[in-house]
Design a protein around this ligand. Sequence first.
Ligand code: G6P
Length: 614
Amino acid sequence: MCGIVGYIGPREAYPILIKGLHRLEYRGYDSAGVALINNSGTLSIYKAKGKVQQLEEFSQQKDISGTIGIAHTRWATHGEPNYQNAHPHFSMSESIALIHNGIIENYAVLKEALIKKGFEFRSNTDTEVLVHLIDFIKREENTDLCRAIQLALQQVIGAFAIAVIEKENPNIMIAARKSSPLVIGIGKGEFFLASDATPIVEYTKEVVYLNDNEVAIIERGKELRVVDFMNSEKSHKIQHLELTISQLERGEYEHFMLKEIFEQPRTIRDCMRGRINIEGNNVVLSGVLDNTEKFKNARRIIIVACGTSWHAALIGEHLIESLCRIPVEVEYASEFRYRNPVIYEDDIVIAISQSGETADTLAAVELSRSKGAFIYGICNAVGSSIPRNTNSGSYIHVGPEIGVASTKAFTGQVTVLAMLALTIAKVKETITQKELEGFVAELSQIPDKIEKILEKSDKIKKFSRIFTYAKNFIYLGRGFSYPAALEGALKLKEISYIHAEGYPAAEMKHGPIALIDSDMPVVVIATKNNLYEKVVSNIQEIKARNGRVIAIVTEGDTQVSKLADFCIEVPDTHEYLDPLLSVIPLQLLAYHIAVTKGRDVDQPRNLAKSVTVE
Ligand code: G6P
């Protein structure tokens, strides 16, 4: 979703800002813009609908000089993606420029009041209200930019991360946040600002994560100052980034998504490192062990998440209920936060989020915390908002995920959930030592087994071409494979724009079977487990109606291979860990179909990587 970049220092700002926007492209956006105070003292804004490249083309031949600037990628909420609605937005006298990520919920009331005062609006955005309000307060109160911003933000309801510069003062940039992320990079005599650390890491590893309701006063040649909206001084902690540039580049791969699919053997090993011992027979998840009593006495576990993370949560539900005998509920964070849920003080709420910034998941965390529940985060982005708002948690440690369609984060989340369930089971003694060792040994072998599946990428690529004609797909699975089927369907629709539905295989008879004809591809996860024979019957039912079956089977399967049109074999593993393997061919299938259809795999239309608005 919207991306913010800012720079102030001795260097030319424009190249840093543009490179930063490219680094943020993965978040998803539909227009881009930049504001610079040029060496001549002019405050210039250049904007373009479309990609950052269009912005670069537009800015050619323009004055792009200046050592202070802000830049933005916009993901449209209020008003269509076009030149007028793109950020930065100017104040009426064109002396202030502002960029914004988030939503100003009371913009309509504020706008009406400003129109009455004679302000004219050039865009349909909620953001433009803010720049006019700041301008108005600054003149009315005869105060400086920072104070005007503080006073304006006191009137604003909603979520925001903003950055503001003004023509009269090329030595200062003001940034502020509430519920939307902002990171400040501290270099030698220079500062960088961004929505996440990816645009900053090549210049400095020293960063400050701004907290909610904080304003950063970023002044040339001075120390960073952080204050709140009432102007009280706030302390800030400088943190060291672990991120490296190579993690942000595609290398030899055609797309980030393919790179991330192929990284999974390594990322799962990274995720297990230090948690599963070298002998592969014990698991130690410190987030659980540090809170043993909480987990032992938990009345219930509620897992909140969105998108792919929600699918991982469904697998977590199976794992925890099966291994730990604690009741688990899985909730869409967006529904949970608004449905007045019953939350007990002895509940544990687990929030799963790759980005750690998803607005709905964050709100669900805040709601659960206010009801006294213990909150556990399972996140990827270190230092993001959700892990900073939880009581404990585990990072999945899979490195930055750039492709909008989540792949390695999903397998990282499921791996952490497996380790979490095993650690709780050990603590609660709901598992024997022998069973535990068996599971851990199986888990340790998952990366090697994924390597074997990845060797089939070319085979999947070949037959995926046959299915590019399809307008609809059905994905079926049972038990642990049902969430994997949902995830396979989500991957396909996200990046190929083919409509795809995931269903529990036995539910097919209650509706989806009506859709099956010779045009309908049905992907069935039919790996060996105690429901195998039942899934084979479902495949028979599909074939009896001329459906085309792509089956994911266990190596050596002979029964399904006789029925299915195409089979992809995956190595055998424990049923509980099967989704970690069966999802890999589904990721590859979606990827190859989307590439054959010529889709923008890494930045599919309308989608955002980090959904920081409701
Ligand atoms: C967006 C992304 C998905 C992701 C979901 C939840 O929709 O495109 O890939 O699964 O948000 O994101 P989170 O960062 O909370 O896991």
